[in-house]
Design a protein around this ligand. Structure first.
Ligand code: HEM
Length: 472
């Protein structure tokens, strides 16, 4: 998620250099190589580079990534300045160009008036009135997964190892289809999951490469990407086409987007615009939550006392019922656990903005075109805001403790107008799934299985999370 010189069409005038900032007003940062700057350590291990640099240089650190100035900010006031006060003068950074190859101009990647219009159109789909139905679908899909597990257990599969990440991807993908598009995509989960992985790796590598072959050159990588995009597009266009043929006016997200007409009152969205919004929601709406749940099962595996508390809460609140919307606020300990997992393993581990003007980050000057990075991963382990930051301790999120913390020291869902549109959806979904799984099962991570972070566009466990399940 940090910039690497990829867009060779960038004009020299747009590039920035800190060389002419006076030493006094220039933020400190690690020394780099001529031309490349700090790109090599960032390629090798961006999380370590960011963590160490924050410790060494403070809360505004300057890097050079090729020709780009990149500032990592860990001061809540500066972060608010960029995300909220600067919402009009900062755009999404050029890093998002990699994502645009997959998502086009969807909510995550679009800008300006077009983004504002689309956000206004999509927002009502996430209002309270929709939540009841979402909770119902989330419980339904989780119940279906647990029923499948039971069947497998009966045929002797209980002690077999499986990948919690793959299983959660399948479940959250199904939920996104059911809730936002009223479509059951379960049978396509595997095919779409594989295509999504290829596409996201390509987007990440593309944004990070020093140079890329144009898309039309038939390199093996480009061809693999093309095939993956064909798979994804065929699923998305199938969803759109079947809805166009459906005379019932469904009131889900897709229905709202399709019913929208532009301000002049003419015509709705083109198929391409719809495609971009749908694929954005499919991707943003399941991958991150699946990662959150996979990291949760990883952390809980070594903390049986926390799992037991989640189970007790589920039994007290739900008995034998599956959760409905009204139960969700009462699954409060489960929520604290998830908030703590989001602190330690934020799926959106870094996101960026690009300044369209000169600006000040605290005491430091930055030039037009500079990229400003916020890394929830680093921020959430900052010793100024978190006691024993490396420790997994859900009690940090007890209401009275959360109330004393700066809003901008905890940003798993971002902040300002571009904050995640699906944050309440994601938290409810994760609460429902975790409560239902923990009520029936304990998942144990195989101690020989390597667990490593893979910081790309999202923070995935590099080798998945291999677990066995045991009925509790
Ligand atoms: C644990 C789960 C999730 C995490 C950690 C997460 C995190 C984030 C973050 C940090 C951003 C802001 C990015 C930026 O400022 O550059 C974002 C934006 C977004 N998220 Fe999420 N998200 C999650 C779940 C979801 C879900 C479930 C949906 C949809 C159902 C969703 C849809 C979106 C969209 C459309 C945007 C772009 C919003 C805009 O720019 O207007 N996300 N997400």
């Amino acid at each position: 998620m940090f910039p690497r010189e990829g867009d060779m069409n960038q004009s020299a005038a747009q590039l920035t250099t800190t060389d002419d900032l006076t030493t006094k007003s220039r933020a400190p940062g690690p020394k780099g190589l001529p031309l490349l700057g700090n790109v090599l350590p960032a390629w090798k291990d961006p999380v370590s580079l960011f963590m160490q640099s924050q410790k060494e240089f403070g809360d505004v650190v300057r890097f050079k990534f090729g020709p780009y100035d990149y500032y990592l900010v860990n001061d809540p006031d500066v972060i608010r300045h960029v995300l909220v006060d600067g919402a009009k003068t900062y755009t999404k950074s050029r890093n998002y160009l990699g994502l645009k190859l997959v998502l086009g101009d969807g909510l995550l990647t679009s800008e300006g008036d077009f983004w504002r219009r689309q956000r206004k159109l999509a927002q009502p789909a996430f209002h309270r009135e929709s939540m009841e139905g979402f909770a119902h679908q989330m419980s339904y899909a989780t119940r279906a997964m647990l029923t499948r597990w039971e069947g497998e257990d009966e045929t002797g599969g209980e002690s077999d190892m499986f990948c919690a990440l793959a299983e959660m991807m399948r479940l959250t993908f199904r939920i996104v289809g059911l809730t936002l598009f009223s479509t059951d995509v379960d049978s396509e989960a595997q095919e779409v999951g594989q295509a999504m992985t290829v596409a996201m790796h390509h987007a990440n590598d593309w944004a990070e490469a020093l140079w890329n072959f144009p898309a039309w050159v038939p390199t093996p990588k480009n061809l693999r990407f093309k095939t993956a995009m064909k798979t994804l597009d065929s699923v998305v266009y199938r969803i759109i086409e079947s809805r166009r043929a459906d005379p019932t006016q469904k009131k889900d997200l897709l229905g709202m987007l399709m019913a929208a007409v532009d301000e002049s009152g003419e015509g709705g969205m083109t198929d391409k615009q719809l495609r971009d919004e749908v694929i954005t929601l499919v991707l943003a709406g399941h991958e991150t939550t699946a990662n959150l749940l996979a990291w949760t099962f990883y952390l809980l595996s070594s903390r049986p006392e926390i799992t037991a508390r989640i189970r007790e809460e589920a039994k007290t609140v739900l008995g034998d019922r599956d959760p409905a919307l009204a139960d969700v606020p009462r699954l409060s300990y489960t929520k604290m656990v998830l908030e703590e997992v989001l602190r330690l393993y934020p799926p959106a581990w870094a996101f960026e903005r690009q300044s369209t003007t000169t600006d000040k980050l605290g005491a430091f000057d930055i030039k037009k075109g500079a990229i400003v990075g916020v890394s929830p991963y680093v921020l959430h382990r900052h010793p100024k805001f978190w006691e024993n930051p490396e420790e997994f301790d859900p009690s940090r999120f007890a209401a009275e403790k959360s109330a004393t913390r700066s809003r901008y020291s905890y940003l798993p869902f971002g902040g300002g107008p571009r904050m995640c549109i699906g944050n309440a959806f994601a938290m409810m979904e994760a609460q429902i799934i975790l409560a239902m799984v923990a009520r029936d099962y304990a998942l144990t991570v195989d101690p020989t299985h390597p667990v490593e972070i893979d910081p790309r566009i999202t923070l995935r466990p590099r080798h998945g999370i291999k677990v066995t399940r045991h009925r509790s």
